[in-house]
Design a protein around this ligand. Structure first.
Ligand SMILES: [Zn+2]
Length: 214
């Protein structure tokens, strides 16, 4: 029993810096790992993302004089939340969690690699113009439905799911395979936007129980 070629499990930013004790810790972020490991076994097609910033990235508070983490500033492409320095390319914090088990993952999308543009979404950078190439990749492989899991629910997971819908895919967020940052009501807002966009809100047990015959 397994999800086949039309379905993709998109594992978002399960990286050390987003784990408890990491530079930008998501509360209980480590709890997603065993859930995602179970899900990954049910999907023939798994894609993984990594937040992957150059030093001095525009999303870091430390890159802006006088700025503090978690404040919002205006950048040329719009509002940007400033974060602690995190997921710097090729550092231990940017590495995937050592307990993540998805050996058959085919593609790792690294996002946020342009110094002056952030990218919460796995599909589209924060300037809302620069594509990562993921939509084209999924279409070439016949994927029609994207199941999103990982960190954080209200930022990279939500933006990725919304962009999956915008790109014409069916999309679902697996709630218990995600954890949120929840900054100033961002989690409730994200669920509202996801529902409005037609993104399904599902639980891992239901996804596993509904696994179609291959
Ligand atoms: Zn980032």
């Amino acid at each position: 029993m397994s999800y086949g070629a039309q379905d993709c499990l998109l594992v978002i930013d399960v990286q050390n810096d987003f784990m408890p004790g990491g530079a930008l810790a998501v509360p209980r972020g480590d709890e997603v790992v065993p859930v995602i490991n179970r899900l990954a076994q049910a999907f023939a097609h798994v894609v993984v993302t990594q937040d992957w910033h150059p030093a001095g990235h525009a999303s870091f508070a430390a890159s802006h004089a006088g700025a503090q983490p978690f404040q919002t500033i205006a950048l040329p492409y719009g509002e940007q939340v400033l974060w602690p320095v995190h997921c710097v390319q090729d550092t231990p914090g940017a590495a995937l969690h050592a307990g993540l088990r998805a050996p058959h993952a085919r593609l790792v999308i690294r996002k946020g690699h342009h110094r002056d543009v952030d990218s919460y979404s796995a599909f589209m950078e924060a300037d809302r113009a620069t594509r990562t190439g993921l939509a084209g990749y999924l279409r070439e492989h016949g994927v029609r439905r994207v199941f999103c899991a990982g960190l954080a629910t209200d930022y990279c997971v939500a933006w990725s799911a919304l962009d999956a819908r915008a790109a014409g895919f069916e999309a679902a967020v697996i709630e218990d395979a995600c954890r949120a940052i929840d900054l100033d009501g961002s989690l409730a807002r994200a669920w509202q936007e996801l529902a409005a966009a037609g993104v399904q809100r599902v639980q891992s047990a239901d996804v596993l129980a509904a696994a179609p015959a291959r």
